[in-house]
Design a protein around this ligand. Structure first.
Ligand SMILES: NC(=O)c1ccc[n+]([C@@H]2O[C@H](COP(=O)([O-])OP(=O)(O)OC[C@H]3O[C@@H](n4cnc5c(N)ncnc54)[C@H](O)[C@@H]3O)[C@@H](O)[C@H]2O)c1
Length: 340
C-alpha cells in the first residue's frame, strides 16, 4: 500500500557503506521504506533483504523492471556510478548517489543532464555536511567566536586495515578514478568548503607510500579560497600505525577550534578565556555515525516535501573538482584552478 508520507527506496550495493546507510535509516528516517535491495553478490543481497525486509535483486536492471520503489540509493564502486544513476533517472526515479558523483567531470555532466531530464530529486551523499562537529564550527565561525579566520588545516590520515584489504577495487585506479583525494579525502574537503567558502585554486604533491594502492595514498596540498584564505590539506593512507593529533584546526585572530583525531575525538575551543581548551563536543563518532541518517533524511524530505537539499548536485562537485585539481597540480607543479 502506498503511504504518501513514506518514500519507497532501493538500496543498490549492499557492502560496507550500505550498512551505515541502513543504520541511519533505522535510527533517523522513518520516512524511508526499503522495499528492494540490489547486489551482484547473492549472499550480500540476501543478508540485506533479511535485515531490511526489502526484496532482493541481482542487478539494478532487474530491480527497475520488477521492483516497487520510487527512489534508489546507489552505493556501488565509483566506475559504476554513471551508468547506474543514468539508468535510474531514465526510469524516473529519485536518486541519492554515494560520493564521488562519477570518476570524471564528463561522467558527472551526463548524470546531471539525465537528472534534469527526469525532473526528479538528485543528491550526492556527502555525510560530512551533516557532521555535528562540522556544523558547530560553521555556526561558531559565523558568530565570530575565534575572530577573523587566518588559516585552517585538515589532516585525513589513517592506517589501512582489513576493511580496505577486503575491497580490492579501492586500490584500482580504473575503478576509483584516483586515490585518497577522490575517495575518503572528500570528507575533509567538504568541511573546509563549509567553513571558508569556495576553493579557487590548489597546488599539491602526491605520493604512493602504500604499494598495493594504484592511486595516491599521500597528498600534501595548499588550498587558496576565493576569500584569499589559504588552508592546508594533508591526506595519508599508511600501512603502519599513526599517532594522535588533530583532524582539523581553524585558527583565527582570537582563538582556535580543534577537532581531534580518533573515534573519541573532541571539538575544543582555545582562546584567552580557555587556554587549556573548552570542550564543545565530546565523542564526535556518535554524531558522525548519525550523519548518515541526517543526510538521508534531507533526501527524503526533498522528495516528499520539496525542501531544498543542503547541497545541490553542482555544489557537491566541489570535492571531486578539488581532487582532480590536486591531480593536475601534481603533474604540472603549478597552481590549478578548481572550477575552471
Ligand atoms: N560516505 C562514506 O563515508 C563512505 C565510506 C565508504 C564508502 N563510500 C562510498 O560508497 C560506495 C560503495 O563503497 P563500499 O565501501 O560500500 O564498497 P563495498 O565494496 O563494500 O560495496 C559495494 C557493493 O557493490 C556490489 N556490486 C559491485 N558491482 C555491482 C553491480 N554491477 N551490481 C550490483 N552490485 C554490485 C558489491 O558486491 C558490493 O557488495 C563508493 O562510492 C564509496 O566511495 C562512502
Amino acid at each position: 500500500m502506498t503511504d504518501p508520507r513514506r518514500l519507497k527506496i532501493a538500496l543498490v550495493g549492499c557492502g560496507g557503506i550500505a550498512k551505515a546507510h541502513w543504520r541511519g535509516i533505522q535510527a533517523h528516517v522513518p520516512e524511508l521504506w526499503v522495499t528492494a535491495v540490489v547486489d551482484a553478490d547473492a549472499t550480500r543481497a540476501a543478508d540485506m533483504a533479511a535485515e531490511t525486509g526489502g526484496q532482493p535483486f541481482a542487478s539494478l536492471e532487474q530491480a527497475l523492471a520488477e521492483g516497487d520503489f520510487d527512489a534508489v540509493d546507489i552505493m556501488l564502486p565509483h566506475n559504476l556510478h554513471e551508468d547506474a544513476a543514468i539508468l535510474a533517472f531514465r526510469a524516473g526515479k529519485h536518486v541519492v548517489l554515494e560520493k564521488p558523483m562519477a570518476t570524471t567531470l564528463d561522467g558527472c555532466e551526463q548524470i546531471m543532464a539525465a537528472a534534469m531530464r527526469a525532473g526528479t530529486v538528485f543528491m550526492v551523499a556527502e555525510q560530512a555536511a551533516y557532521w555535528p562537529d562540522a556544523q558547530k564550527i560553521r555556526q561558531l565561525l559565523k558568530e565570530g567566536v575565534i575572530g577573523e579566520v587566518i588559516t585552517a588545516r585538515a589532516y585525513f590520515g589513517g592506517a589501512v586495515g582489513s576493511g580496505w584489504g577486503s575491497k580490492p577495487w579501492r586500490y584500482d585506479k580504473n575503478i576509483t578514478g584516483g586515490g585518497i583525494c577522490i575517495d575518503g579525502g572528500a570528507h575533509w574537503i567538504r568541511p573546509l568548503r563549509m567553513w571558508l567558502g569556495e576553493i579557487d585554486e590548489v597546488v599539491a604533491v602526491i605520493g604512493h607510500p602504500l604499494a598495493e594502492m594504484e592511486g595516491e595514498s599521500l597528498a600534501h596540498a595548499l588550498f587558496r579560497f576565493q576569500s584569499g584564505i589559504v588552508a592546508t590539506f594533508d591526506a595519508l593512507h599508511a600501512g603502519s600505525f599513526i599517532g594522535p593529533g588533530a583532524e582539523f584546526r581553524v585558527t583565527g585572530t582570537q582563538g582556535e577550534l580543534v577537532v581531534e583525531k580518533g573515534s573519541d575525538g573532541r571539538l575544543l575551543l582555545y582562546n584567552k578565556e580557555n587556554p587549556d581548551g573548552q570542550l564543545l563536543l565530546a565523542n564526535k563518532k556518535e554524531g558522525r555515525d548519525a550523519a548518515f541518517g541526517y543526510e538521508l533524511s534531507d533526501f527524503a524530505h526533498a522528495v516528499l516535501d520539496g525542501t531544498a537539499l543542503q547541497a545541490g548536485p553542482e555544489d557537491s562537485l566541489g570535492e571531486l573538482r578539488t581532487a582532480l585539481a590536486i591531480y593536475r597540480s601534481a603533474e604540472t607543479g603549478c597552481w590549478e584552478k578548481v572550477w575552471a
